[in-house]
Ligand binder design. Sequence first.
Ligand code: DGT
Ligand code: CA
Ligand code: CA
Ligand code: ZN
Length: 584
Amino acid sequence: MTREAAAEIFERIALLMELKGENPFKIRAYKTGAEIVESHPGDIMQLAAENRLGGIKGLGEALQEKLHEMAATGRLDFYERLKAEFPEKLFELFGISGLGPKKIAALHRELGVGSLEDLRRMCENGQAAKLSGFGAKTVEKLLESISFHEQHASEFRVDQVYALARTLVEELRALPEVSRAEVCGSFRRGKETVHDLDFLAASKKPEEVIAAFVNLPQVAKVIAQGGTKASIHTEEGVQCDLRVVSGAEYPFALVYFTGSKEHNVVLRQRALDRGWSLNEYAFSLAEGKAGAPLPEEIHDEADIHRALGMDFIEPELRENSGEFEAAEKGRLPELVKLENLRGVFHNHTTASDGKATLREMAEAARELGLQYLGIADHSKSSFQANGLDERRLRAQMRDIRELNEEFEGGFRIFTGTEVDILKDGSLDFSDEVLAELDYCVASVHNVFNLPEAEMTKRIIRAIKNPHVTMLGHLTGRLLLQRPSYAVNVAAVIEAAAETGTIIELNASPWRLDMDWRWWRLAKEKGVKCSINPDAHSTRGLQDVIFGIRAARKGWLTRGDIINCLPLAEVEKALRRKTEGEAED
Ligand code: DGT
Ligand code: CA
Ligand code: CA
Ligand code: ZN
């Protein structure tokens, strides 16, 4: 069992116990347990398997035993029994924003609501509005939330399938009959959410590969099985398709199954223009067309692109949005890579709502090979996240200064804040306080329901402040859970360009905000990007990998990204805005 699955089970236990109205301390213990399992820096499942969880702070004996059982058996009897007391589809309700355990408990108890469908019915027939704590407005919001949810019902965030995709492809590659294998589809194209995972393998013995695939431990259910293809579902309900082809067909199949469909249509047309037809297996002479002789020696995708008169097009760019023209003219960007990152801004510590201390965060960043770490804990208006007031912020600045002296120039922590953008666009700290920091991220964390013009004005007012170095999670969306608030993104980009404000690419897989679709415009206007993990634990720092995927999908190069700059240069880039202002 993965740590994510184990943490999820602890979280679900906490939710079910809350529904049963159990002791809040016990509930708290499971919530904390879930956080510990998720953020523990070592291989906690390995420790659990070996029954060596003793030293981990905050993990009591009861939870240690449960974790041991999950690691050893892949299930938890206590959870199975608890779950059996409730309707199977009850968990659908927990994904609805605006619906906490208390409301779910009331709906379940009073109206027998046990699924999303039940909830919709009770909202529509007026029953839900009669419950205490529910009004017409709550119900209206719930209905909006339900329909958003239903629109995205069959999608997964990339972090939900990331480990699975990696593991399955490694397992395929490890089969002796398989020469090459890859994850294709939207996952390979770096999409922020996917419907399913598409695997491709090259082999001379497809039946054996298929047989091995459907017997992998992750397979919960076989949906379809044939001589060269199979579809399975995992325990979490992720569909995985596998196609097996010959080595000669592999490059063609890789192009085809990577997609996108829109990209493939144009690619096939380009082949037709040369008198060739292109499918998932080969080039062949198009019927009734006198064309050039068929290209030979196709060993990889780049050979196919070259045969069609283009440079190699990276998978992330295959959306039919200008990649063909650029590839033809040799003008494709050299996309940023994980190794290009030199540091990370926008990270939280235990001072606000993070799980790791300042020192632990710094050490983890150094371990990752980074040269600098930007701290940006919440500001005082974010009281639910234990935001810092001026006094605590200044104390943190002193702590950072002391730590930096220990590092003796080899590594640096930048002082910062994630300052709340208040309803009118003013900031939660005075200019005087902000001026003492190395940098400042400004974000919207409340009052999401403003009309578009007002929200846009609010954000633009904030970024006009010379002390705001960067704008945090521009649209506030939570993928598959909460849509963006109403905001004119193009106008914000324009204002960021005018004021020299950096825009964050929040790398949390829940956010990936600003969305990849906007980065080409931003780049064109000269706006710089910062790939910010928004880490709330040491493990959270590794979310940069999701930010890199999104940045690549947005055509960004290392030159567009401020935290690809080495330590010696990044400081100047952070000061650009205030110093530019002073010169004027
Ligand atoms: P999704 O919805 O997240 O699974 O997105 P994809 O792109 O992974 O879509 P999927 O799984 O339906 O198909 C994988 C790839 O296979 C797709 O990107 C392109 C290729 N493909 C599938 N069906 C067709 C088709 O009808 N026409 C073309 N040209 N390509 C297809
Ligand atoms: Ca797919
Ligand atoms: Ca598929
Ligand atoms: Zn934030």
